[in-house]
Design a protein around this ligand. Structure first.
Ligand code: SF4
Ligand code: SF4
Length: 340
């Protein structure tokens, strides 16, 4: 396992971080074993969020007795002072700790949200107050609009930024990573598998691992998954492999979704999942996650073609800040899957 100085934050973070988002979906003993195995094998960065069901409690009940062995990052998606403060206090209790190493303002995607966070009476004020009290050590931000995040961090108010970076979503490389690098901020990448749609795990992990980041958090739920993730980082990525992965990312990410959640569909089609899995299928073939997703989602996707209100102008596309052709991707994917 490699370690990197975390920008201006005085800590050497492991290249692989433990994403604890999915732990609430597995038996407690399994989650506890996975977390402890990760610490025993060099992972020292644990990432969770107040919004990930009881993930914080699982961490508190599994590894709080080893608190000095890891850097603990959590998040609040509250935007105002009072509710952010209450939520962070609750995170401390749930994780059985006196301090949070990194508190990230979670999933900030709209200009009005950053304004609310940063204005007087906003969540940022609560985090700064808790920093003065020693309950929070550093402040970061997360979001799914990389070019906006690049702008928002440029004022130097945050010490770390968390962004998605994977073969289908290489967008942080354009402005966000260079800006965070220039400011010497902690750079945490997430979602290497983009929800499981990008496989094999080795390829999925090695692409972000080869980029200018400090740590990559990967969602893990068992000892076997921790082993698999660690194994993917055993070798360095050489120049040839890096070029090959970057070419694949250019193909897969040329026209893809940021998961910004601006769009929605009256038929409840999961548009971001269709967009990502469709690109993954075209580049890598139909993978198990894509197979089960298309199977369960096919009827809804097929209904898109007959949905009258979208015939003239697709409702979803009006909302997409990246002007993506979601309607045609959905209809094409439905057709291709039905014929396969
Ligand atoms: S075009 Fe299709 S996916 Fe988009 S809103 Fe209409 S029905 Fe939903
Ligand atoms: S399709 Fe566009 S609007 Fe919808 S989540 Fe993706 S990037 Fe955002």
């Amino acid at each position: 396992m490699k370690y990197h100085s975390f920008g201006n934050i005085r800590y050497k973070v492991s290249s692989l971080g433990f994403g604890a988002m999915n732990l609430p979906g597995v038996p407690f003993e399994q989650a506890k074993e996975a977390l402890n195995y990760a610490l025993d094998h060099g992972i020292n960065y644990i990432d969770t969020a107040a919004g990930y069901r009881n993930s914080e409690e699982i961490i508190g009940n599994s590894i709080s007795h080893r608190r000095d062995e890891f850097f603990l990052a959590t998040k609040t998606n509250k935007r105002d002072y009072q509710s952010a403060k209450e939520e962070i206090e609750r995170s401390l209790i749930r994780m059985k700790t006196d301090y949070i190493d990194l508190l990230q303002i979670h999933y900030v995607n709209y200009p009005h949200e950053i304004k609310q966070v940063m204005d007087e009476g906003g969540a940022y004020e609560a985090v700064m107050e808790m920093k003065r009290e020693g309950k929070v050590r550093h402040v970061g931000i997360t979001g799914h609009r990389p070019e906006l995040l690049a702008k928002w961090i440029s004022g130097g108010k945050f010490e770390q930024v968390l962004f998605h970076l994977n073969l289908a979503q290489p967008f942080a490389l354009d402005e966000l990573i260079p800006m965070a690098d220039k400011l010497n901020m902690g750079r945490t990448a997430m979602k290497p598998l983009s929800g499981g749609f990008i496989q094999p795990i080795d390829k999925a992990i090695r692409y972000p691992y080869s980029q200018n980041i400090h740590t990559l958090i990967s969602g893990m739920t068992s000892v076997d998954e921790v082993k698999e993730n660690i194994a993917a980082m055993e070798r360095d990525v050489d120049a040839d492999e890096k070029a090959e992965l970057e070419q694949l990312a250019r193909e897969m990410g040329a026209h893809n979704c940021r998961r910004c959640n601006y769009c929605s569909c009256p038929l409840e089609i999961k548009i971001p999942d269709v967009m990502i899995s469709s690109e993954a299928t075209r580049a890598l073939g139909l993978l198990p996650k894509g197979q089960s997703f298309f199977e369960n989602h096919l009827e809804k996707m097929q209904a898109c073609a007959d949905y009258e209100p979208c015939k003239e102008k697709p409702l979803c596309e009006e909302k997409c800040p990246y002007h993506l052709p979601m309607q045609s991707v959905i209809q094409r994917s439905a057709m291709e899957y039905a014929q396969s």
